[in-house]
Design a protein around this ligand. Structure first.
Ligand code: GCW
Length: 660
């Protein structure tokens, strides 16, 4: 690789000549109009490689839909699932064929990625298709240009309550997203406040239409987050009651208007009755009634509703040990299974809490049998280090995807993808920072999300190596992938221990604050005292374990079987409880915190050793972040260890320094 550019992410220039055996002749034989855009993408993609003149004597290239190429050119390309493609390279030709227009584009991008990894050879036949139809990014961008939980600069789309963007930057973003298969994008925060309420009015719709037009060729359909109370917030009705015919009619009309501007809008993301956002509860109505009312308005346009299940009591009394926030999504939505219209998708956070560092998979995914849903993850690192600390998230996402819900056959999450689970959605991590993601290595999280949404069977190591190779070239790839792969377990070690959640600085959510959320209204307690810590969520406690299939519940409910990373999530455990390695819980808390911090030091050393083998700019910026991460890890180590030492008075067996 020659020139490295943080801006280009995994689409770096590679000026080495393409081997003659695969040089392309870009006089495509396919006359299909649908090919023009994919053709241009291929052409511009190839310009990142050898000068085209060199390739002129190469092979014939066929680009088109599978049906068209088979019919017109006597080929025998196998049909694929929607959005799928076939890549075939023979002695005399290169074929990139899509099941449909979208598949063709994805085929072109895969071809370019394989080429960049030197994986295109004569004889190759690669066919692939996405596992799920919905692969979506949710932006939490506000119209004033701020980004809720954003760590990579201001919004790509908005500033000062207007649409405000650089069209070229949007096109570059769309290209990055389509190269990893993302096909839906919601542009505004799920907390729809201030000017965002007006996005569905004619003051903003013409601009929304222009933005949608930039994403459209890349097979990305825009979506918007709406405020459930819009009918009265916009001053047009006195109520937003979903069963009031005037409200339903209002949404139909409003939706018709929106679709006049954006005929292929993907739909509405809705955060209702959640953290003070309005919703059907206000009118004594249920969530199915609310969601179905919006679904009816969207239906004639082919639009969908993504109804978030992040519904819980956020005004809890910490003194009350009977309420358990972890139960909330299941308690609210399981009874509604089967009551949702077919264009409603329940959007469920991957865990029962809130994107915490160590939490089990939500029981709702297995338990819903009649309702389509999406799994929501967070690429933006709200609780995982704010894109200051390195934390390679595909590592944890693959574990989530491997989780066996225990309901019926083929019950692992990855097996439910494409059936009950119709998509993966993630809160995005990009902003106006030149490198998109603040921490350059956090680009790997965006990349990994797209790859896993497409193919949930990929493993974390494959993703890390692929990304590192594409971004930094073959030489540095193995070492960078190695650092990435170690980063999540390390973060877990210096963070809150063994499945305790929310030991973070309130509101900010970066850095330790052991009791920051302990006496709050958010339902986020660990209840540490001098003897024990954690919440009993078994039948003897809050009963949360019973939300899982019986055989899964039995594992979580038994402290001897429960995965130790969730021990304190499911159990209240004494500090002298002996863990699998024969040491007490307390000693394990000390050990993991010393180790986690030491491991960050090792990352930094490994990174310093890469000097000279990667571009100086990225070397320096990552180094600066790792130095900050080390400070953060030290702070976590000392705050956590001191807290437990003060509570127990028991010293570290290895005699390491714990402040008192
Ligand atoms: O965890 C919380 C975040 C909020 C966010 C909310 C949600 C958009 O702290 O910032 O609001 O989750 O997912 O709705």
């Amino acid at each position: 690789m020659n020139e490295y550019s943080e801006y280009k992410c995994w689409m770096q220039e590679r000026k080495a000549a393409i081997p003659n055996t695969i040089a392309l002749c870009l006089a495509t034989l396919c006359a299909d109009q649908d090919c023009v855009f994919a053709m241009d993408e291929l052409r511009s993609g190839l310009s990142r490689f050898a000068p085209l003149a060199k390739a002129a004597a190469g092979k014939l290239t066929f680009l088109g839909t599978i049906a068209h190429l088979n019919a017109e050119h006597g080929l025998d390309l196998p049909a694929q699932k929607p959005e799928g493609f076939v890549i075939r390279v023979t002695d005399v030709m290169v074929i990139i064929a899509g099941q449909d227009k979208a598949g063709l584009l994805y085929g072109v991008h895969r071809f370019l990625m394989l080429l960049a990894q030197d994986k295109i050879t004569v004889g190759i036949e690669a066919a692939d298709a996405p596992s799920v139809p919905i692969r979506m990014i949710n932006h939490w961008d506000n119209c004033d240009g701020t980004v809720e939980r954003g760590y990579a600069g201001r919004s790509l789309f908005f500033d000062k309550d207007r649409f405000d963007y650089d069209p070229q930057r949007i096109i570059d973003y769309a290209r990055l997203l389509s190269s990893i298969g993302i096909n839906r994008l919601s542009i505004n925060n799920v907390n729809v406040r201030a000017a965002a309420k007006l996005l569905i009015t004619e003051e903003y719709l013409p601009e929304l239409a222009k933005l949608a037009a930039l994403f459209r060729p890349f097979n990305i359909r825009l979506a918007i987050s709406i405020n459930f109370a819009a009918p009265y917030l916009l001053g047009e009705l006195a109520t937003a009651d979903p069963l009031d015919p005037a409200v339903a009619a209002w949404w139909c009309e409003r939706t018709n208007l929106i679709y006049r501007y954006v005929p292929d809008l993907a739909g509405f993301v809705v955060k209702a009755d959640s953290e003070y956002e309005p919703g059907p509860f206000q009118y004594g109505r249920g969530h199915a009634e609310g969601a179905n009312m919006l679904a009816a308005a969207l239906k004639p346009h082919g639009g969908q509703v993504w109804w978030r299940c992040f519904v819980y009591n956020c005004t809890q009394d910490w003194r009350n040990t009977k309420i358990d926030r972890a139960r909330a999504a299941f308690d609210h939505f399981k009874p509604l299974d089967g009551q949702f219209a077919d264009n409603v998708f329940l959007q469920i956070k991957h865990g029962p809490y809130d994107f915490q560092v160590s939490e089990p998979v939500s029981p709702l995914f297995g338990a819903l049998s009649e309702t389509r849903c999406l799994m929501e993850v967070q690429i933006t690192q709200e609780y995982t280090g704010h894109q200051i600390d390195l934390c390679f998230l595909p590592w944890i996402w693959t574990k989530i995807l491997h989780f066996d819900t225990g309901y019926g056959e083929h019950s692992r999450i990855e097996e439910l993808m494409g059936t009950r689970i119709q998509g993966l959605v993630a809160v995005g991590n990009v902003g106006l920072d030149r490198n998109w993601t603040g921490h350059t290595l956090a680009q790997a999280n965006l990349y990994g999300f797209g790859r896993l949404a497409w193919n949930p069977s990929l493993c974390a190591a494959e993703i890390a190596e692929e990304w590192a190779h594409l971004s930094f070239g073959r030489e540095a790839a193995a070492e960078i992938a190695g650092i990435l792969l170690a980063s999540y377990p390390t973060y877990q070690k210096y963070n809150a221990p063994f499945g305790v959640c929310f030991m973070v600085e309130p509101k900010l959510h970066y850095g330790p604050n052991v009791e920051g959320y302990e006496f709050s209204r958010w339902g986020t307690y660990h209840r540490a005292d001098r003897q024990a810590i954690g919440i009993d969520r078994t039948e003897c406690g809050t009963g949360y374990t019973a939300q899982y299939a019986p055989q899964v519940a039995a594992i979580f409910a038994d402290p001897a079987l429960c995965p130790e990373e969730f021990l304190l999530f499911f159990h209240r455990v004494r500090y002298d409880f002996v863990m699998k390695n024969g040491k007490t819980l307390l000693q394990n808390i000390y050990d993991t915190h010393f180790e986690g911090c030491d491991e960050v030091q090792v990352f930094l050393k490994r990174w310093l050793a890469l000097k000279g083998s990667i571009a100086e700019s990225v070397y320096e910026s990552v180094k600066a972040r790792m130095e900050k991460q080390l400070e953060n890890a030290r702070q976590w180590r000392d705050v956590i260890n001191t807290y437990f030492y003060r509570h127990t008075g028991i010293a570290d067996q290895s005699g390491r320094k714990i402040y008192d």
